[in-house]
Write a protein that binds this ligand. Sequence first.
Ligand SMILES: NC(=O)c1ccc[n+]([C@@H]2O[C@H](COP(=O)([O-])OP(=O)(O)OC[C@H]3O[C@@H](n4cnc5c(N)ncnc54)[C@H](OP(=O)(O)O)[C@@H]3O)[C@@H](O)[C@H]2O)c1
Length: 236
Amino acid sequence: MNGKVVVVVGATGGIGQALVPELAKLGAKLVLASRNLDKLTNLEMTLPPQTPVLIQPTDITDYSQVQALFTAAKAEFGQIDVLVNVAGAGILKQYNKIEPADLDAMLDLNLKGNFYTSQLAAEAMKETKGGHICNVIGILGKHSMAMGSAYCASKFGAVGFSKCMAEELKRFGIKFTLFYFGGIDSPFWDQVSLKVDRSKMLSPATAAQSILFALQAEPQAVPMEINIQPESHLFF
Ligand SMILES: NC(=O)c1ccc[n+]([C@@H]2O[C@H](COP(=O)([O-])OP(=O)(O)OC[C@H]3O[C@@H](n4cnc5c(N)ncnc54)[C@H](OP(=O)(O)O)[C@@H]3O)[C@@H](O)[C@H]2O)c1
């Protein structure tokens, strides 16, 4: 990862905050994005002072802000080698309690926002004929769950576009890895109304380590899908 330009979208979340310091230790040049500038600044301050970092407040539901993110990243570091998409949120409610605004929120962020970032990262990566896009989907992009209709719709959709893009982009040396994590004890669950036992969930560090595994696999390897579940809640 030394010298690689890594864009982390959702950098200030639970998984992002576990991943970013590890990327810094490995010598990556970091582009950190999410909506809240204060949180981005706080995260930047935790990194060793010599770390090359660009922080760029971005709402990925707004296509023009995603364009601005990649324009700024290329202006700062010249190219994009890696995109890690860990921005997302969950609305988990019974199907008939899902308001149109809930469905829009899920599709705008988890599906369309991550589509925009993958699409624009890939355009930059094509210029250097290589790159790696890590899309953190979650197990509800593969399995159904009661209360998950809107969330699963967004996540199954994210799997769909990622696999299509992977087909189109493999001839440019651009790899995709999709991550199907089960519950991770992160601020994601602060906004969710379902009762869950966070003590049995995976740690953000486990998610971060698996992303690092995919990014550091030998060059000829393509870790296409990584599925990690907590022992208490296995999906087969
Ligand atoms: N936690 C779990 O159990 C779990 C399991 C499987 C998959 N996942 C997936 O993993 C991803 C991250 O999860 P997490 O646990 O790290 O969640 P988290 O702690 O809630 O972090 C979410 C991140 O996304 C950012 N974000 C939210 N809306 C955004 C927007 N419109 N534009 C840009 N950034 C935005 C947040 O920052 P701001 O609010 O400042 O923008 C934050 O940095 C999500 O896609 C989630 O679906 C989570």
